[in-house]
Design a protein around this ligand. Structure first.
Ligand code: NAD
Length: 295
């Protein structure tokens, strides 16, 4: 175990592509980090970074002051915390920080339920992908009470660059879904641009270079198209199923608010169809192959 000089005990649940480097930054900052993941390899990686893996979630949560969840979705977060009353292992009045991309209305319900058990919840999803998780420069959008956010700020500063306060609990998760809608729509547009350009006889590289020097540029044209799509490496580290989930959360939110947003519902449907065709664990940039076949 790494030597710790920080009295705050942190439990990190979910040590996947994002959680592992994020937990690593906390360990480097000398927090006392216990952790749990269903995958034995992930638990072993926590040990090799100097953390304390546990064989059960209860073991990881035991007597922690702050628990961070970085799991595939909010339903899994809820089950992980509530099954066998796992969250009761935390210190009384402990703070839970859900950094996963979860559905905002479910997060509000979970916050109420945890409050009835004497626990506090804030939502702090992230953007920036695996690359910025490794660099410790994630954008973090946080919903919850100001005093709870202040308590988590020393942790956020080890994992992230910019931290935005978005409002009450659930608002960080709403903002994350909105961001991924714009990001996912950008990926679709950039890929269709290449398919269209190539069909007319343009080189894919030329299309991307000119978009990046013109008003059509977006995050996908700048950091995904050449790197993962044209190179056909499809290795961004962000799964297709996670992107489809996030955009569906945004579409469901619009529906719940009585909004008709045509591009959002079309984007959610496209990602859902691609997920069904290719499988949720493929890299999200592989949607290129689905769209190419469809075209
Ligand atoms: P991942 O699949 O790599 O990691 C998830 C981890 O959770 C896995 O290691 C899995 O074994 C573990 N897990 C699943 N159920 C569990 C349970 N009940 N108890 C303990 N562990 C469990 O996913 P990821 O890419 O690290 O994404 C995690 C979250 O971050 C998701 O909500 C995702 O939408 C979000 N996110 C991902 C990225 C990205 O680029 N990968 C970027 C921003 C946000």
């Amino acid at each position: 175990m790494a030597e710790t000089n920080n009295t705050v005990r942190v439990a990190f649940i979910g040590l996947g592509a994002m959680g592992q480097p994020m937990a690593g930054h906390l360990i480097d900052a000398k927090f006392d980090v216990s952790g749990f993941d269903l995958s034995p390899e992930a638990r072993e990686s926590l040990r090799s970074m100097g953390g304390r893996p546990a064989e059960t979630i209860v073991g990881a949560l035991q007597d922690a002051d702050i628990a961070i969840t970085m799991l595939p979705n909010g339903k899994i977060v809820r089950e992980a915390l509530l099954n066998e009353n796992a969250c009761d292992a935390l210190k009384p009045n402990a703070l839970i920080v859900d950094m996963s991309s979860s559905a905002p209305n479910d997060t509000r319900q979970l916050a109420d339920l945890l409050a009835s058990r004497g626990l506090r919840l804030i939502d702090a999803p992230v953007s920036g992908g695996v690359k910025r998780a490794i660099a410790g420069t994630l954008t973090i959008m946080v919903g919850g009470a100001g005093s709870d956010i202040s308590e988590a700020e020393p942790l956020f500063s080890t994992m992230g660059g910019q931290v935005f306060k978005t409002g009450p609990v659930g608002s960080g998760h709403a903002m994350k879904a909105i961001n991924n809608y714009v990001s996912g729509a950008g990926v679709l547009a950039a890929i269709e641009a290449v398919i269209l350009g190539r069909a007319f006889g343009l080189e894919g590289e030329t299309v991307v270079d000119i978009l990046n020097s013109s008003s059509g540029k977006n995050n996908a044209t700048e950091v995904k198209m050449k790197q993962f799509v044209l190179s056909e490496t499809f290795a961004s580290g962000f799964a297709l199923g996670l992107m489809a989930k996030d955009i569906r959360i945004a579409a469901d939110l619009a529906k719940a608010l009585g909004l008709r947003l045509e591009t959002l519902s079309g984007t959610a449907d496209a990602w859902d169809s691609a997920q069904k065709a290719l499988g949720p664990s493929e890299d999200h940039t592989r949607i290129f192959e689905y769209l190419k076949n469809l075209a």
